[in-house]
Ligand binder design. Sequence first.
Ligand SMILES: Nc1ncnc2c1ncn2[C@@H]1O[C@H](COP(=O)(O)OP(=O)(O)OP(=O)(O)O)[C@@H](O)[C@H]1O
Ligand SMILES: [Mg+2]
Length: 256
Amino acid sequence: MELLKGTGLKKKYTQKKRTVTAVEDLSFVLEEQAFLAIVGESGSGKSTLLRLIAGLEKPDEGHLFYRGEEYTSQRKGYAGQFLQMIFQDAYSSFDPRRTMMDAIKECSCTDGGRDLATLLEAAHLETALLEKRPGELSGGECQRMSIIRAFCSGVRILLCDEITSALDVSTQAEIVKVFCRLREQKAFAAIFVSHDIALMGALCENMMVMKDGVCVEAGRTAELLRNPSHTYTRLLIDNAKKQSLDAAVKDSCSAV
Ligand SMILES: Nc1ncnc2c1ncn2[C@@H]1O[C@H](COP(=O)(O)OP(=O)(O)OP(=O)(O)O)[C@@H](O)[C@H]1O
Ligand SMILES: [Mg+2]
C-alpha cells in the first residue's frame, strides 16, 4: 500500500536574479512501514524535497498524495496530521525553559504513560531525563527525545533531516539502533535524508540518490549499493568507504 507518493515535483528559488532549481521532476513512493533514504551531496535538494513533502513549502509543479488523496494544495500544517519532521539540531527544536516531559505532553495525542515508558526504553533513555531541560541533555539524548516526542504525536510517518549529522560516530550508530528497536514494536514509515550513504545503507531498505535536484537512481538499498548504475552513486559509495577507512585509521591511532 502506498502511504506517501510524490509525482513530478519541481521547486525553483530565485534570489538576486539568480534562479536555482532545487528539485526537478522528482517522483517517489513511500510504502507502508518502509524506510526510505534520500542521499546526495550538499545542495542536491534533499531538504527542499522534505519541506515539500511536509507541506512547509508548495511545489511549483507536481503532486503529493497521502494514502491516495492529494494534499498538494492543502493549507500549511495540514500534513502535520500524518507526518512529523525531525531536524539536525535537536536542541533548538525544544523550548530551553521547559522540561522534556512538558515538551512531550504538548505534542502527545493519546498514547499515555505506558506507551511513553515503552518508547523511552526502546530509546535507552532513563525516565529521570524527562524532568530535565534540553540544555541538561547530551546531543544524542536530546535527539532521542525528539524522536520520542515525534512518536507521541501519534503520527506514523517521520521525516528525518540529517538527524545524526551533529553527532559523533558511536552516537550515530545508537540512533540507528533506536529506530531498529522502535521498528520492532511499532508500525511506522520514515524518510531519512542524509549525505552518509553507509549509515543509510544500514537503516533503510529503499534508497534514492539525488544530484542537482534530480533523482539519478532509486531502488532497493542492497541492490543499489552492490550494483550502482550511476557514476555519482559509485562516487558516494567510494567516498563512504574511504571515510570508514579514515575512521579505522584514527581509531587505531588513538588506541596506540
Ligand atoms: N529558501 C531558499 N532560497 C533560495 N535557495 C534555496 C533555498 N533553499 C534551498 N535553496 C537552494 O536549493 C538548492 C538545494 O538546497 P537544499 O537545502 O535542498 O540541499 P540539501 O541537499 O539539503 O543540502 P545539505 O546537504 O547541505 O543540507 C541549493 O542550491 C540551495 O542553495
Ligand atoms: Mg539539507
